[in-house]
Ligand binder design. Structure first.
Ligand code: PGA
Length: 240
């Protein structure tokens, strides 16, 4: 695992952007794996700024998002598809036909998981962006999830519900289930960029990098991937 310590979250975003830019310049048809949450926002701001300044095109780029809340429609301000449009897609020239994100309001959620897994199996993600949960989750693969998992429906842990409550006006409105890419699918990506910023991530980061590889810390599986870049700020790096 290659470690990069950035001065702050904005710098971490700049470092992550260089990896995306390299992939897109090398292959304008690259497949990118994208994440939601606060952590990737500085990265998305860099992508948008570069698009404005240098005209970098994402027209032929394909994207796969990691997860979506169950029960939130595409128009819900808290849905991850809405988040991605607001934070990135509406500001670059991506073709929405090439955007993939699980549908959290599908009538048959099991069928939706199978559909997403099949799509993923037909492509190889060139660069996967990841955040990490305070409990060591990657995507919504909560502690205890099998390393062999594929796209599935998962209950959210109490810790994740509390962590994500800041985006909602009432904790009771945080969905209790999500549809998430599985760990085996994340591990198929050619390259993984995991970003963690803030001291609240320090324990999870330490377990990911130095701890035992265990399903109790889903991110620890990344020790077994051959091309991981871990971008941290000082707070997130404070316990390693
Ligand atoms: P955050 O979430 O970026 O909002 O901290 C990260 C995660 O839970 O994976």
């Amino acid at each position: 695992m290659k470690l990069i310590i950035a001065a702050n979250a904005e710098e971490a975003g700049k470092k992550a952007f260089l990896e995306i830019k390299t992939a897109v310049d090398r292959n304008p048809r690259a497949v990118l794996g994208l994440a939601t949450g606060s952590t990737p926002l500085p990265l998305y701001n860099e992508i948008i700024a570069d698009r404005k300044k240098n005209g970098t095109s994402y027209k032929n780029i394909t994207t796969f998002n990691l997860d979506e809340y169950v029960g939130l429609s595409a128009n819900d301000p808290q849905s991850y598809i809405r988040f991605m449009k607001d934070s990135l897609f509406d500001h670059i020239d991506i073709d929405m036909k090439n955007v993939n994100i699980p549908c959290g309001t599908a009538d048959d959620l099991d069928a939706e998981c199978k559909r997403y897994s099949k799509l993923l199996s037909e492509k190889v993600i060139d660069v996967q962006i990841l955040g990490i949960g305070g409990n060591g989750h990657i995507a919504f693969n909560e502690p205890g999830t099998s390393f062999e998992s594929t796209t599935h429906i998962t209950p959210l842990t109490e810790k994740t519900i509390q962590d994500n409550a800041r985006f909602f006006d009432d904790e009771n409105k945080v969905p209790r289930f999500a549809i998430t890419m599985g760990i085996s699918e994340i591990m198929r990506a050619k390259k993984i960029i995991i970003i963690a910023t803030g001291a609240n991530k320090a324990d999870a980061v330490c377990n990911m990098i130095k701890g035992e590889v265990t399903e109790q810390c889903p991110a620890s599986i990344l020790q077994r991937h051959e091309d991981v870049v871990c971008i941290l700020d000082a707070g997130a790096a404070s316990k390693i």
